[in-house]
Design a protein around this ligand. Structure first.
Ligand code: NDP
Length: 242
C-alpha cells in the first residue's frame, strides 16, 4: 500500500512535531485525521492543507479521555473507511526537580504521555487486528534512553513508551510498531515548563533544535516501507550537541 492510499491519524497535531508531520504526510498524499484540544489551530491547518490539495480532516481529541480517543478513531474510520496508522505524538514536558514537588505535573505527564498512548492502542488495535494490518508510530524521546536532572518523570514516561511499544510489537506478527525518539526539536514543548531552573536549563539545549520536519521525515520513512518491513526504532538528533 503506497502512502497516498494510507489513512493516518495523528495526535497532538496542533503544533510542533505533530503539525510538521501533518504537513509532510499531507503533501505526500496520505489521508489524514488530526487530533488535539486546540481545534482552532487544527481547523486552520486543515483548511491550509486541503487548499494545497491534501485530504485532511480534524477532530477534537483529549488523549487522556479513553472514550474521546475511541470516538476519534471511530470518526477516522467513518470518514475514510479504515485506519492504517496511528501516530501517538501528543505529549507534555513540564520538567522539574523532584524536590519542587510538582506532583500535579507528574500526574499530567503520566496521563498524557503514557495513558494517552495506551488509550490510542486500545482504540486502534482492535481495528488493526480486524484488518490484519496496521502501524503504531509512538513518539518517545532521547529522554527515553537517558536520564538527566529535572527529567525524571518525563524520562520515565518516555521509557514507558518504549516498553509498551516493544511488547506490542512482540505480541503481533501482523502489526508494525515504530518508536521514534527525537532529540531537541523546535516546538512548544518547553512552554509547559513552570519551574524556572528547569526552563533556564532548556535554553542552551533549544538553541540547537531541529525543525519538526526532520522528525516528520523519519515518520514518513517508517510509514512508507513495504508492509513486510517494520522499522523498529529511529533516534533522530541534531548533529551539534550543546
Ligand atoms: P508541542 O508542545 O509543540 O506539541 C504537543 C502536542 O500535544 C500539541 O499539539 C498539543 O495539542 C498536544 N497535546 C497535549 N496534551 C494533549 C492532550 N491531553 N490531548 C491531545 N493532545 C494533547 O511539542 P512537540 O511537538 O515537541 O511534542 C510532540 C511529541 O514529541 C511529544 O510526545 C514530546 O514528548 C515528543 N518529543 C519532543 C521533543 C522536542 O524537543 N520537541 C524531543 C523528544 C520528544 P493541544 O494543546 O492543542 O491539545
Amino acid at each position: 500500500m503506497d502512502i497516498e492510499d494510507k489513512v493516518i491519524a495523528i495526535t497532538g497535531a496542533s503544533s510542533g512535531i505533530g503539525e510538521g508531520t501533518a504537513r509532510l504526510l499531507a503533501a505526500r498524499g496520505a489521508k489524514l485525521m488530526l487530533g488535539a484540544r486546540r481545534t482552532d489551530r487544527l481547523a486552520a491547518l486543515t483548511d491550509e492543507l486541503n487548499a494545497a490539495g491534501g485530504t485532511v480532516a480534524f477532530r477534537s481529541l483529549d488523549v487522556t479521555d479513553r472514550a474521546n480517543f475511541e470516538a476519534f478513531i471511530t470518526a477516522t474510520e467513518a470518514d475514510y473507511g479504515r485506519v492504517d496508522v496511528l501516530v501517538n505524538n501528543a505529549g507534555l514536558m513540564p520538567l522539574s526537580r523532584f524536590d519542587s514537588l510538582k506532583v500535579d505535573e507528574w500526574d499530567r505527564m503520566i496521563d498524557v504521555n503514557i495513558r494517552g498512548v495506551l488509550h490510542g492502542i486500545a482504540a486502534a488495535l482492535p481495528r488493526f487486528k480486524d484488518q490484519g494490518s496496521g502501524q503504531f508510530v509512538n513518539i518517545s524521546s532521547i529522554g527515553g534512553y537517558a536520564v538527566w536532572p529535572n527529567c525524571g518523570v518525563y524520562s520515565a514516561t518516555k521509557y514507558a513508551v518504549r516498553a509498551i511499544s516493544e511488547a506490542l510489537r512482540m505480541e503481533h506478527d501482523d502489526i508494525r510498531v515504530t518508536i521514534v525518539a527525537p532529540g531537541v526539536v523546535e516546538s512548544e514543548l518547553a512552554d509547559t515548563i513552570t519551574d524556572p531552573v528547569a526552563a533556564q536549563a532548556m535554553v542552551d539545549f533549544r538553541a540547537i533544535a531541529l525543525t519538526p520536519d526532520a522528525i516528520a521525515r523519519a515518520i514518513a520513512y517508517a510509514v512508507e516501507q513495504p508492509t513486510d518491513v517494520d522499522v523498529n526504532t529511529l533516534i533522530v538528533r541534531p548533529v551539534r550537541s550543546t
